[in-house]
Design a protein around this ligand. Structure first.
Ligand code: HEM
Ligand code: HEM
Length: 189
């Protein structure tokens, strides 16, 4: 293992991280308001560009998260930057919370659609109706998954905001290389 890999995340981890962050923020901005009312009015979700983009980006985030977890298991090392133990534990807890939300968001959305027999509609005219395994399942009837999904969508933005603020604090105040570890390496001449 070379020295550089200990201060820097590898390029694959960095790419996964920043693509996920960008797609989550855009999906949040496009989060369909009044979805229940629109569906009751009989509107086809495929005709609403905000819904189609929201669901497509959200499913892309799910695919990236699964690939990223696989990569996380395969990659050889992650940077180890010295810091107080409480800070390391707090960062770990926030990361675990972010991972959990990245997985729970698409699952809750698919349950929200299945419980109301609404198809999943993605870019390119893709339509899944009914959603396999979930439609008619006892899980789908267990909660108002639309409300749960909305709550989780808000929660990931709060937690990501805290996480980003901590990264900036590390960079500006502690100057310990935590943020730089997730940024592309500057070329030294
Ligand atoms: C990146 C992950 C995601 C985030 C951050 C997110 C965020 C949100 C937010 C904040 C809302 C509420 C919008 C509002 O009421 O103003 C929402 C609604 C919704 N999202 Fe997502 N979402 C994500 C992934 C997905 C995925 C993968 C799907 C489809 C499978 C999806 C389908 C929906 C649907 C159908 C609603 C309306 C729910 C209802 O009101 O019953 N979302 N989302
Ligand atoms: C929705 C937005 C975001 C999500 C979901 C997210 C998620 C994550 C996750 C899951 C990790 C652990 C990565 C791994 O083990 O490979 C991580 C690490 C990191 N993130 Fe984010 N992140 C987001 C936005 C941001 C932003 C805006 C910044 C900077 C301002 C940032 C800076 C970092 C840094 C510096 C690390 C490495 C921390 C360490 O090694 O302790 N993230 N992020």
């Amino acid at each position: 293992m070379n020295q550089q890999s200990k201060t820097q995340y590898d390029a694959v981890s960095q790419t996964f991280h920043w693509l996920t962050a960008i797609f989550v923020v855009i999906a949040f901005i496009l989060g369909p308001e009044h979805f229940g009312r629109l569906m009751k009015q009989g509107i086809d979700p495929a005709t609403r560009i905000d819904i189609v983009w929201h669901e497509s980006l959200g499913m892309l985030v799910m695919a990236l998260t699964v690939l990223r977890l696989l990569w996380g298991a395969l990659r050889s090392s992650t940077p180890h930057i010295p810091m107080d133990p409480w800070m390391r534990i707090a960062a770990k807890l926030v990361h675990v919370g972010l991972w959990a939300l990245l997985l729970a968001l698409p699952v809750s959305a698919l349950l929200a659609l299945s419980s109301r027999n609404i198809p999943l509609t993605l870019l390119g005219g893709f339509r899944l109706d009914p959603i396999p395994l979930m439609a008619g399942s006892s899980m789908a009837a267990l909660a108002d998954w639309g409300d749960v999904h909305q709550f989780l969508g808000d929660a990931i933005m709060w937690l990501a905001g805290l996480h980003a603020a901590a990264a900036i604090y590390h960079h500006v105040v502690l100057k310990d290389g935590v943020l730089a570890a997730m940024l592309p390496r500057r070329r030294s001449r």
